[in-house]
Design a binder for this molecule. Structure first.
Ligand SMILES: Nc1ncnc2c1ncn2[C@@H]1O[C@H](COP(=O)(O)OP(=O)(O)OP(=O)(O)O)[C@@H](O)[C@H]1O
Ligand SMILES: [Mg+2]
Length: 431
C-alpha cells in the first residue's frame, strides 16, 4: 500500500479532502518534531470527527460518498495517502464528545487490516493537535515512521522541510475556491513536542492561488464561456487567455508562474465540486508548446458525473475526458480561441531596460540573492537595503540551504532561498 503513486502534495490534498468532507472550517497540516527532529507529519481539523475508526480504516466506499459534493469517493485515501508518507498512522478524533484513538502500523495493516485502539492515556499527547473546536469535534491524522521520506540524517530532515514548503503553492491552488469563498482556512504549521505537548512553533494561513487570476485578459474578447453538451451532461467551460508576460520571473504576474516553468501550466483545469483535480495538460486536444502558454481552460465537471469523468484514486487527474475534448474540438469558437491565445503570445511587449547595475540575464530573484555564474552574490538592492550583519546572515542561510541539497542547482533554488531569507529578515514575501 505504501507509495501508491502519491507525491507529497497530492497525498496532503487527499487528506485535506477528508477534513472538508467532515465539514471542517479550519485545517492545519505540518510537522511535529521531537527534540528538534521531525517525527510526524500531521493534518488536523475541526470537522465532525470520525464516526467509526474501524469504518474509516476499512477499504470500502462510504455510502455518504454517493451524495453530491463529497470530495471522497473510493474509500482508500486516508490509508493510501498516509502510508505514502510514513509507515505508521495515528488517528485521534473527537466526535459527539467521544475521544477515540488508534494506531496503525503498515506491516500489520497490509497483512490483515489490523490496528490497535489506543487508550486515551497513550494518545493524550495527540489530542491537543485536534483544532480547538467550537462544537467539540475534530480529527488529527498523524503520520509517523517517516523513514521512507526521512532516512534519519539531519540533511534529509531539512529536505523534508523543503519539500513541505514546496507543497504550499500547490495546495493554495487546489483549494483556492474554498479559501476565496471563506469556506475553509488552511494553515501550515511547525510544532515541537515539549513535555509531550505539541507546542505551536510557527503557523501561517495559505493564501488562495487562482490559476485564472490575471489582471486583464490577453485578448479583450476573452474569457469565453461555452456550454459543451456531451449527451448526459452539459459541461460549463471558460476559455481564458492570460496577458503576455515578461520573460523574467519578477516580471510575471503572481499566478502565472505557478512553479516549474510556465509552459506546463497551459491546458485544461478540471474542478470537481470546486476542488481542482487536474491542473493543465491538453488531454490530446492540442499539443503543449510555448505558443499556447497563455491558454488555460476552466472546466467545471457537473455534479454526479464521476461515473463519466473519473477522478484517479489519487485525485490529481480526471480520466475519460475524451467526450469533452472531442466536443470542444468540433466547436469553431475553440479553434478561434487557440489562434487568439497564440496571437496574444506573439504580441511584443514594450522593452523595458534593466535598471543600471543589475545583471540582466543572470538575475533570477531580484531582491536579495542572485545566482551569477554559479556563485552566490547579494544583489545591489540587497547591498543597499540590508545591513552588513543582515547580508552575512542571508549569505550563511543560502549556503546552508544549498549544502543540504548537493544535487540541486543554485538557479533552481534561488527563489526558495530568497523566500527563506525574507522570512528570516521579516521582509514581505510577495515580489
Ligand atoms: N478528517 C476526517 N474527519 C472525519 N472523518 C474522516 C476523516 N478522514 C477520514 N474520515 C472517514 O473515513 C472514511 C475513509 O476515508 P478515506 O479517505 O479512506 O475514503 P473516502 O474519503 O471515503 O474516499 P477517497 O478514497 O476517495 O478519499 C471517510 O469516508 C470518512 O468517513
Ligand atoms: Mg478521502
Amino acid at each position: 500500500m505504501s507509495r501508491t503513486g502519491y507525491s507529497l502534495e497530492v497525498a496532503l490534498a487527499d487528506l485535506i479532502d477528508n477534513s472538508i468532507d467532515a465539514g471542517a472550517k479550519e485545517i492545519e497540516y505540518g510537522t511535529l518534531s521531537v527534540s528538534g527532529k521531525i517525527k510526524y507529519v500531521y493534518i488536523s481539523d475541526n470537522g465532525s470527527g470520525i464516526q467509526s475508526i474501524s469504518d474509516a480504516l476499512s477499504i470500502r466506499q462510504n455510502p455518504d460518498n454517493q451524495q453530491n459534493s463529497r470530495l471522497g469517493r473510493y474509500g482508500v485515501g486516508l490509508k493510501a495517502a498516509s502510508f505514502s508518507l510514513g509507515r505508521s498512522l495515528i488517528l485521534a478524533s473527537r466526535s459527539n464528545g467521544d475521544d477515540q484513538a488508534a494506531c496503525v502500523e503498515i506491516e500489520e495493516y497490509e497483512k490483515e487490516y489490523s490496528y490497535r485502539t489506543l487508550p486515551v492515556s497513550a494518545s493524550e499527547k495527540f489530542f491537543p493537535l485536534v483544532i480547538s473546536p467550537r462544537n467539540g469535534t475534530g480529527t488529527a491524522v498523524i503520520i509517523g515512521r517517516l523513514e521512507a521520506m526521512v532516512p534519519g540524517s539531519d540533511q534529509s530532515q531539512s529536505a523534508l522541510q523543503d519539500e513541505l514548503n514546496a507543497c504550499e503553492s500547490y495546495l493554495s491552488m487546489i483549494f483556492h475556491r474554498f479559501i476565496e469563498k471563506n469556506r475553509i482556512r488552511i494553515y501550515v504549521a511547525n510544532r515541537e513536542s515539549v513535555a509531550g505537548f505539541p507546542y505551536l512553533y510557527e503557523r501561517r494561513a495559505l493564501k488562495p492561488v487562482n490559476p485564472f487570476g490575471y489582471s486583464s485578459p490577453g485578448d479583450p474578447a476573452y474569457p469565453l464561456n461555452l456550454l459543451v453538451d456531451v449527451g448526459t451532461f452539459v459541461v460549463p467551460i471558460r476559455c481564458h487567455i492570460w496577458p503576455k508576460q515578461g520573460s523574467g520571473r519578477a516580471e510575471r504576474e503572481q499566478n502565472y508562474a505557478l512553479g516549474g516553468g510556465s509552459v506546463k501550466w497551459q491546458g485544461l483545469y478540471f474542478y470537481r465540486y470546486d476542488r481542482l483535480v487536474q491542473c493543465g495538460g491538453w488531454a490530446g486536444l492540442a499539443s503543449t508548446e510555448p505558443h499556447m502558454s497563455l491558454a488555460r481552460v476552466e472546466v467545471d465537471l457537473p455534479p454526479g458525473s464521476d461515473g463519466q469523468f473519473r477522478p484517479t484514486i489519487t485525485k490529481d487527474a480526471i480520466q475519460n475526458v475524451s467526450l469533452i475534448t472531442q466536443a470542444l474540438q468540433m466547436r469553431p469558437e475553440f479553434t478561434r480561441y487557440r489562434s487568439a491565445a497564440q496571437k496574444a503570445y506573439r504580441t511584443k511587449l514594450p522593452s523595458v531596460s534593466a535598471p543600471k547595475g543589475v545583471i540582466e540575464k543572470k538575475v533570477i530573484s531580484l531582491p536579495v540573492i542572485e545566482a551569477f555564474r554559479g556563485k552566490l552574490v547579494i544583489s545591489e538592492w540587497g547591498q543597499k537595503e540590508l545591513s552588513s550583519a543582515q547580508q552575512d546572515a542571508a549569505m550563511q542561510l543560502a549556503r546552508g540551504f544549498l549544502a543540504n541539497r548537493p544535487r540541486a542547482s543554485l538557479a533552481s533554488n534561488c527563489l526558495e532561498i530568497d523566500r527563506l531569507i525574507r522570512r528570516l529578515l521579516k521582509m514581505p514575501i510577495d515580489e
